[in-house]
Design a protein around this ligand. Structure first.
Ligand SMILES: NC(=O)c1ccc[n+]([C@@H]2O[C@H](COP(=O)([O-])OP(=O)(O)OC[C@H]3O[C@@H](n4cnc5c(N)ncnc54)[C@H](OP(=O)(O)O)[C@@H]3O)[C@@H](O)[C@H]2O)c1
Length: 271
């Protein structure tokens, strides 16, 4: 496991590895053909996904902004993995900042040699306010974070590894309000509509380049984001993130080229 903070330490780590003359040998000696990068993995759906993939012997790169939480998740992911800490790399990183996202992706590629699956899961809710009362600064933040957290790791992943590999799967975690707008979902819904456009553009650009792109709506899942959106709801009535990913992970294995560009609700995944 790379116990790195964001910023200087990681930059030095990346520069040291990436600057080596015998780079390809170093990379491919550590090659694992099932490498996943999961964004927003400190809690909720991202955390459950990282643990579920590790159990299936995927090498996992994970990130979020909160040091303590991502470190604690990384320890659980390492415990879940048959290869232990060798197959886990975590970084504290704000994915809405391109160079932080790029360092995280570069660190994963330097350690594991490639990325086979990128799961763009990170996101923020903002507030459940009407548009006329929405603070413009918060509106801008929700749009910026949710949009850039999608673009930054995706661009870095394509440039650093997937285009060279000529293979890969990119899963964008969407929402029901990315298809049907509802009152008081303001910038979150606008950003999720944007995510759907992003997924379709990306799928079209990558269709003949070996990379599949899909978007997935987890539907109501027991997480802190859901609790903030629906404070009156009984969380025990909702499926857990672990129940969601238990259906999602085997389903992802069955995806094929013809699925690229499509949107899936949890109900379709559940079968
Ligand atoms: N739960 C549901 O019912 C539901 C339904 C539909 C869609 N979704 C979608 O599912 C995804 C996961 O949601 P969740 O319910 O698991 O939410 P959550 O519990 O709030 O988790 C969100 C994760 O994203 C990370 N994150 C947020 N901004 C980030 C940034 N700029 N850089 C890096 N990491 C960032 C958070 O960590 P830090 O705060 O430490 O950065 C956290 O790990 C989201 O895209 C959400 O929109 C959820």
């Amino acid at each position: 496991m790379v116990w790195d903070n964001a910023g200087i330490a990681l930059k030095e780590f990346c520069d040291a590895i990436l600057g080596q003359g015998n780079l390809s040998q170093r990379i491919y000696s550590m090659k694992n053909d099932r490498v996943a990068a999961v964004t927003g993995a400190s809690r909720g759906i991202g955390r459950a996904l990282a643990i579920a993939l590790a159990k299936e012997d995927w090498a996992v790169g994970l990130c979020s902004r909160n040091q303590e939480q991502i470190q604690s998740t990384a320890q659980e992911v390492a415990r879940a993995s048959p290869a232990g800490a060798q197959h886990v790399l975590f970084q504290v990183c704000d994915l809405s900042k391109f160079y932080e996202a790029q360092y995280w992706i570069k660190a994963i590629v330097a350690r594991f040699g490639r990325i086979d699956m990128l799961i763009n899961n990170a996101g923020i809710l903002g507030s459940r306010l009407m548009i006329e009362e929405y603070p413009h600064g918060l509106w801008e933040e929700v749009i910026r974070v949710n949009s850039m957290s999608l673009f930054c790791p995706t661009k870095a992943c394509l440039v650093e590894t997937m285009l060279r590999q000529g293979s890969g799967l990119i899963v964008n975690i969407s929402s029901g309000v990315g298809h049907v707008g509802k009152a008081r979902w303001g910038p979150y819904a606008a950003a999720k509509f944007g995510l759907e456009g992003f997924s379709q553009v990306l799928a079209a650009e990558l269709y003949d380049r070996g990379i599949i792109v899909v978007s997935v709506n987890p539907e109501a899942t027991r997480t802190s984001m859901r609790a903030a959106a629906y404070p009156q709801e009984d969380p025990m009535a909702l499926k857990t993130p672990e129940e969601f990913v238990a259906k999602l992970v085997p389903w992802l294995r069955r995806l094929k080229k013809a699925d690229s560009g499509k949107f899936f609700n949890f109900k379709e995944i559940e079968g």
